[in-house]
Design a protein around this ligand. Structure first.
Ligand code: DC
Length: 230
């Protein structure tokens, strides 16, 4: 389970994990891995195969059999060779991903794969349980969060940028439901690791969050701040 350099970024939906993790990985020259995309692939595969989300055994064997791949910098996600980058972002897949991620067999398959991808490579990995379960010895752990209404507002503007009409009240409700489920499941609930640094991004710009994480990484990884910067 040891890894030379892991930057673990956990936190609730809409806190800005993906944008920030991608930027930090680029600055450090580390591999970026979006683990939420993996649970989303399991959910999409289940819905396509018509497997009910309550059928733990079938969903687990599906999770063990599908092939999930990322292109460089996680720009694209492939499920059994098909580009599903857009498909996994649909709201119904977000909801289903949170449901399948409660299943212990699914988590086991995903965690194994996450550790395999990161073996021997410095990584920035984002999710819900990276600092607590996947890499409990990660030298850098960040718990990224923001006020619920701010997270809903960010999600709404992302959707609007894609030309999708967004009802902010409905988005806030969906985020709240998903966070509740993610934080209250029995296997690997979303929780801040005892040694994680909590960053509330509600009133911070992307640049400020990025610099704060790079400062923490520089100290914990004993790098000079600009080491690895491309
Ligand atoms: O980060 P995201 O919103 O794309 O994640 C989708 C769902 O996957 C999220 O609601 C909970 C689950 N997830 C998880 O349980 N563990 C992770 N490491 C990442 C995501």
């Amino acid at each position: 389970m040891s890894n030379p350099a892991v930057v673990a970024i956990d936190g609730p939906a809409g806190a800005g994990k993906s944008t920030i993790s991608r930027r930090v990985a680029e600055r450090l020259g580390f591999l970026y891995i979006d683990t939420g995309a993996m649970y989303r692939c399991v959910a999409l595969a289940a819905s396509r195969a018509g497997v009910p989300l309550e059928d733990d055994a079938k969903i687990t064997s599906l999770a063990e059999s599908i092939r999930i791949q990322f292109s460089a910098r996680c720009q694209e996600v492939f499920l059994d060779g098909e580009d599903v980058t857009q498909a996994i972002r649909e709201p119904r897949v977000s909801d289903a991903a949170s449901r399948v991620s409660k299943i212990p067999g699914v988590r086991q398959a995903m965690v194994e794969e996450q550790r395999r991808i990161a073996r021997g490579e410095p990584v920035v990995m984002e999710g819900r349980d990276i600092g607590t379960v996947v890499f409990p010895n990660a030298p850098v752990k960040i718990f990224l969060t923001a006020e619920p209404m701010e997270r809903a507002r960010r999600r709404a503007s992302e959707l609007e940028a894609k030309g999708v009409n967004a009802d902010i009240g409905e988005i806030a409700r969906q985020i709240e439901e998903r966070d509740y489920r993610d934080a209250n499941r029995s296997d690997s609930p979303m929780v801040q690791a005892a040694d994680a640094v909590r960053l509330d991004t509600s009133n911070l710009s992307l640049d400020e969050v990025e610099e704060a994480i790079l400062d923490i990484a520089a100290t914990r990884l004993k790098l000079s701040k600009n080491e690895g910067v491309q």
